[in-house]
Design a protein around this ligand. Structure first.
Ligand code: FAD
Ligand code: NAD
Length: 367
């Protein structure tokens, strides 16, 4: 049935094969898809289990085995994009010849709907924690050497901690380590670090516990999720970002990616809503970026400003939007991204629809 549905979407079912030399074992996965890249491949080797999940549209193709022999911790992943071939090269611990790859585990060699795969976690080490505002911190986590995982632009992961015997899970959106470092392809960096901007709520369930972790402690990180697609940037001319509070987090990678990789882009505008000046995340970086890159503008709007504030104030409103949403030309291709507290996002979408922006021109970030 899955194969039928895929066939209708123009995909055929993936398959895999493996071969070996004296020192290595190569697993080759034929996705038969053209839009496969390193973001589409998630590989984990934990204890006795070797698991590769290949993201193909709304499906996951899974290789999951208990390997027949031991391997070294690190491995390499290569994608031949034009034919959708993936090669995972494992290093043998001993030079023996393998008779078989291993013993099949749950969902091995099957294609399943992503929403049915369940969240898969690996333990990541806390590397650093740095204050950004009075209540928001930049956390850096390191993936284990035996994991290949890249979180795509606009997607989130789940963090999991066991708190007084109960597993607690909350979604968070990875960011770049800063707005100003040149955007580098994660491929080139072979990036093992994942950064998060997280606001600590003193009365919250999860964030005070996260804040209590010591450098070197572990947090479980899930596979990525989310509906944002890089293809939404195709031919884009005007990008408008509406963020409130930590709803800024998805905008970080979007900003870095769009300013670096979209040649058609003319204008990027961020309207950033916060309660007070002290709540603004990365204010000076945003101002520096606006100074450095003439295509980028930022405006801060405060809902509870002090009497000294002479900038914009209030909640998201028709008046604020009409001034903000000026396109570079009448027919320019536009994308508006919106993220923040649910009432903010819902109100924003209503106002944008009232201004006749189409559903395709609006991307809202929600759970
Ligand atoms: P909670 O226990 O959820 O409480 C949060 C606040 O609400 C506290 O002040 C608490 O006192 C109050 N509260 C709780 N219950 C009630 C109640 N019944 N009545 C009144 N008040 C109540 N956050 C980030 O900081 N960074 C991110 O990158 C990020 N990304 C996200 C991505 C997605 C897709 C989503 C959906 C959310 C994201 N969040 C992000 C929010 C995050 O998931 C958590 O909701 C947040 O960290 C709060 O978790 P908590 O358990 O600490 O607080
Ligand atoms: P906050 O309480 O500091 O509020 C920030 C601003 O949001 C306010 O200044 C105001 O302008 C606006 N706002 C708040 N309540 C509003 C309302 N009822 N109507 C209209 N505007 C309102 O925000 P925070 O504590 O940083 O919370 C950020 C929110 O963003 C959280 O709810 C978090 O779950 C959400 N978030 C979602 C995602 C996602 O879905 N991908 C990612 C990150 C954060």
């Amino acid at each position: 049935q899955v194969a039928d549905t895929l066939a209708k979407e123009g995909c055929s079912s993936p398959s895999y094969d493996w071969f070996q030399t004296d020192s290595s074992v190569t697993i080759v996965i034929y996705t038969k898809q053209k839009d496969i890249n390193l973001d589409s491949v998630i590989v984990d080797h934990q204890d006795d289990s070797f698991r590769a999940e290949i993201l193909i549209k709304d499906y996951s193709y899974i290789i999951h085995v208990e390997l027949s022999h031991e391997i070294e911790e690190d491995f390499s992943v290569r994608v031949v994009e034009n034919v959708g071939k993936i090669e995972i090269v494992l290093k043998k611990k001993e030079n023996a010849s393998w008779k078989r790859l291993g013993h099949p585990l749950e969902n091995h060699n099957s294609l399943i709907l992503r929403k049915d795969t369940g969240l898969y976690y690996r333990k990541c080490r806390l590397i650093s924690k740095e204050g950004v505002t009075h209540d928001t911190k930049l956390f850096c986590l390191m993936l284990p050497p035996s994991t290949h995982l890249q979180v795509p632009v606009g997607q989130h992961v789940y963090l999991k901690l066991t708190i007084t015997g109960t597993e607690i899970v909350k979604p968070y959106t990875p960011v770049s380590d800063s707005l100003l470092s040149e955007f580098k392809e994660p491929v080139l960096l072979n990036n093992k670090y994942i950064y998060f901007l997280i606001k600590i709520y003193p009365a919250g369930l999860f964030t005070p516990e996260l804040d209590q972790l010591q450098i070197g402690d572990f947090v479980s990180v899930s596979n990525p999720e989310g509906s944002f697609k890089i293809s939404q940037f195709q031919e884009l001319e005007d990008l408008f970002l509406l963020a409130a509070g930590t709803g800024f987090t998805p905008m970080v990678k979007i900003l870095n990616y769009a300013l670096t990789n979209i040649p058609s882009l003319r204008k990027v505008k961020l309207m950033f809503f916060n309660k007070t000046e002290d709540d603004i995340i990365w204010r000076s970086q945003l101002e520096k970026l606006a100074f450095k890159d003439k295509r980028f503008d930022v405006e801060f709007v405060l809902s509870a400003p002090t009497s000294e504030w002479n900038g914009k104030w209030g909640h998201i409103s028709p008046a604020l939007l009409s001034e903000f949403l000026k396109r570079s030309s009448d027919k320019s291709k536009v994308l508006i991204c919106i993220c923040g507290p649910t009432p903010f996002t819902e109100q924003g979408i209503r106002l944008l629809r009232d201004r006749n922006f189409s559903k395709e021109e609006i991307h809202s970030f929600t759970a």
